[in-house]
Design a protein. Structure first.
Length: 418
């Protein structure tokens, strides 16, 4: 604003100086005539300023006529100032009044033409602004798909492009918000289901024992064992929820150091052999001798391997195989671990959602139904594995075809390259 005011003042000062210089150099006006021109220029400029400021405060500040009216008024002021200057300077020099009147007629004609031209020019601006106004009202009403098409080749077109970019981001944010809201509802529903089922079983068994419905020792012991198992499931679920919330919030702190991935895989396979043997599943692995050392938290990465292998055991039929492989990744500073099974595979429609919280791929949500979950049975295993791998600056993904098995892979950084 201050720069524009300074520029305007400089123009007001430069206008009479430039005119006087032109009169002196081109017309060869004597000093007396230049003095008279200076006086007339000052009078004309003062009158123009008074007229301009009066119009500004009376019309522009009041917002009368919109942009079209303001542009037309600007043209009218230009013509008015021109008329004032020419008449004040030229009338004393005309031989007859008729010439002055004829000049005034020409100025009126030029002024009307200028007003019409100014109005047409202003319409090219107001059309784009009107479209922007309509688009903004649609956005305000929640229609984030609204876009504008402004083709004016000026700042209004750039404003329209910026508006469309803003609307696109708002649309994406609204879509993301809906997805998060739906995910929140799904989480609440899933937690409610996974809490209600074991709690209902616990209540039924405890009431049966407390009310004397079950009296023989063998049945009582079986009920107590089942109640203990349900309590353990509840404890695992709560632990998974707590760990996942900490991972999502980024507040979980653990020590990362160069460790042996070979030893970690060997220990995990040894631990999981019993579960695999119960289904007569062959569990084996191979580790490239050149992968170590790997920068990781061994306890957390064992949780990842445990979840992936347990998931493979759950969905691999009897006499199937599970193979764990670790090798150098295509990138020299990373290693890749694969958990490959000959299980039932994952439908293509579920592949994009298997790392979501509580997702099982089965609408019935039965605990032993087709799905991808960990020990708590709540559909959190892969979600937790993903968060842990990402916290190690790695990535995790899955490849599968229904009926032919699955391959879950993740990468970790090698310590030697960090």
């Amino acid at each position: 604003m201050r720069r524009s005011l300074t520029f305007g003042i400089l123009l007001l000062v430069a206008a009479p100086l430039a005119a006087l210089l032109l009169a002196r150099v081109w017309l060869g006006s004597p000093p007396g005539e230049l003095l008279e021109l200076t006086r007339l220029f000052l009078i004309a400029e003062s009158a123009a300023l008074i007229l301009g400021f009066a119009a500004y405060y009376a019309v522009l500040r009041a917002g009368i006529g919109g942009i079209s009216g303001k542009v037309a008024l600007g043209y009218a002021l230009c013509v008015g100032v021109t008329a004032i200057v020419i008449l004040l300077v030229s009338m004393p020099m005309f031989i007859s009044t008729h010439d002055a009147q004829f000049l005034l007629v020409l100025l009126v004609f030029s002024g009307i033409i200028s007003l019409g031209f100014g109005y047409l020019i202003s319409r090219t601006i107001t059309r784009g602004l009107s479209e922007l106004t309509v688009g903004a009202e649609k956005i305000a009403q929640g229609n984030f798909s609204a876009r504008v098409n402004v083709k004016s080749g000026d700042e209004v077109e750039r404003l329209g492009a910026a508006f469309n970019r803003m609307a696109e981001k708002l649309d994406q944010a609204a879509t993301k918000q809906k997805e998060l809201e739906q995910a929140r509802r799904d989480v609440v529903a899933a937690v409610s289901h996974d809490l209600r089922t074991p709690l209902a079983s616990l209540r039924a068994m405890i009431e049966a024992i407390n009310d004397g419905v079950v009296t023989d020792e063998a049945t009582t012991r079986r009920y107590l064992n089942s109640a203990q198992l349900q309590a353990e499931n509840l404890s695992l679920l709560v632990d998974d929820l707590f760990e996942l919330s900490q991972l999502d919030a980024g507040v979980m702190q653990w020590r990362v150091e160069p460790s042996s991935l070979r030893d970690l895989i060997s220990d995990t396979l040894e631990t999981m052999h019993v579960q695999a043997a119960e289904k007569n599943i062959k569990l084996s692995g191979w580790v490239d001798p050149n992968v170590d050392p790997v920068l990781m938290n061994s306890h957390k990465m064992q949780r990842v391997l445990y979840n992936l292998i347990q998931n493979a055991i759950r969905h691999t039929p009897t006499d199937g195989t599970i193979f764990v492989e670790a090798r150098k990744h295509e990138l020299d500073d990373q290693v890749q671990v694969d958990v490959i099974d000959t299980g039932e595979g994952i439908p293509e429609s579920d592949m994009l959602r298997i790392f979501e919280q509580f997702y099982r791929g089965e609408k019935s949500r039965a605990r032993e139904s087709y799905g991808y979950h960990s020990g708590s049975g709540a559909g959190l295993g892969l979600a937790i594995a993903q968060r842990i791998v990402q916290a190690h600056h790695g990535k995790i993904w899955a490849e599968s075809k229904r009926g032919t098995g699955s391959r879950f892979s993740f990468t970790l950084p090698r310590a030697a390259k960090l």
